[in-house]
Design a protein around this ligand. Structure first.
Ligand SMILES: Nc1nc2c(ncn2[C@@H]2O[C@H](COP(=O)(O)OP(=O)(O)OP(=O)(O)O)[C@@H](O)[C@H]2O)c(=O)[nH]1
Ligand SMILES: [Mg+2]
Length: 315
């Protein structure tokens, strides 16, 4: 989703790049030495400006507007980073490009009108100083955006237009295992074998189409305001993405949580979301209880075909 956001250079790095490029600038020799030096200084000023402005503009274009994102992503980002700071930092970058552009124009004009070779050099250096100082001023914002990029790059690629099944339940009941089994395409969760810390996605595809499975971090049964950011991510997935929810019980309680608290979580979700919920009992290979729910084993794959049929019927 946000993988194409480029690496954000720090202020010092942009300044270095500006000077390096400007240093390489040459102009054709001319008998009129003053004119030649004026042209050289102006060319260097504009080169330095272009490096700074194009770098900043690249970031301004690459970081998407939070308000224009799918609500799942905008709420997720709101959870994971400071949304106001994000907007502010991008605004500050825009401000900086304007300042650098207007300084470049101003100093180019001064160079044009100056009367000595020494002045062309002095004015050019003065412009460099101004440009560098603007970049230093925005250093905290570049740092923030570099961090935001790290957060954003790790967000899952979710296609909100695909039929989406979100798997919910207590931690360790086997949600990730199930998404792995249900997915025909290799899910991203493969690299997180134990506990899911974020949202991961798998896909099931057959001749009738494609279904998106969203594996969520385990939810504990507690009020929203007490939930940590990992649990809140799960809630957002349920709220904004789910066309269908699969709620998973672990009757064996090897997940570490008694069945009663798992039941309470199910009731809570039923109250909170109007989305259809399919309930399954997992870890059938370990134990089965007397219940009306479909019994599966995410580990051995038992019951998975029936579950897929149920999902297809309900989507
Ligand atoms: N015996 C047995 N073990 C299972 C089954 N399903 C999952 N497990 C095991 O239970 C443990 C937890 O499985 P996960 O899929 O990571 O559980 P999860 O619900 O994704 O956990 P969180 O991401 O922490 O919420 C793993 O060791 C799995 O191998 C099952 O059907 N039978
Ligand atoms: Mg998991």
């Amino acid at each position: 989703m946000f993988r194409e956001i480029p690496t954000v250079l720090m202020a010092e790095e942009i300044i270095d790049k500006m000077f390096r490029r400007a240093k390489k600038v040459e102009v054709s020799l001319s008998r009129n030495r003053l004119l030649m030096h004026k042209n050289l200084s102006i060319a260097k000023i504009f080169t330095a400006r272009d490096v700074a402005v194009s770098t900043l503009q690249k970031y301004i274009r690459a970081f998407p507007y939070i308000n224009k994102m799918h609500p799942f992503y905008s709420s997720l980002l709101d959870l994971l980073l400071d949304k106001n700071q994000y907007k502010k930092s991008l605004g500050v970058l825009k401000w900086a490009t304007g300042r650098i552009e207007s300084f470049a124009d101003k100093y180019a004009r001064k160079v044009k009108g100056c009367g000595s070779i020494d002045d062309t050099v002095r004015l050019r250096k003065e412009f460099y100083g101004r440009g560098a100082s603007i970049l230093k001023q925005i250093a905290p914002h570049l740092r923030f955006l570099a961090q935001a990029r790290e957060v954003m790059r790790k967000l899952p690629d979710i296609n909100p237009s695909l039929p989406t099944v979100v798997i919910a339940g207590y931690p360790n009941v086997g949600k990730s295992e199930l998404v792995r089994k249900l997915s025909t395409a290799r899910p991203e969760i493969a690299s997180y074998p134990f506990t899911t810390k974020g949202i991961f996605v798998g896909y099931f595809e057959n001749k009738d189409g494609k279904i998106q499975f969203v594996d969520t971090p385990g939810l504990l049964d507690r009020p929203l305001e007490k939930r940590n950011s990992i649990e809140k991510q799960a809630i957002l997935a349920l709220k904004y993405l789910a066309n269908l929810i699969v709620f998973m019980f672990d009757p064996s309680e090897t997940c570490g949580y008694p069945i009663d608290v798992q039941k309470r979580l199910l009731s809570e979700l039923q109250e909170q979301f109007s989305t259809k919920i399919i309930v399954v009992d997992n870890k059938k290979d370990l134990m089965e209880r007397d219940s009306k729910y479909l019994k599966i084993s995410a580990k051995t794959g038992e019951g998975i075909d029936s579950l897929i049929k149920m999902i297809l019927k309900n989507l």
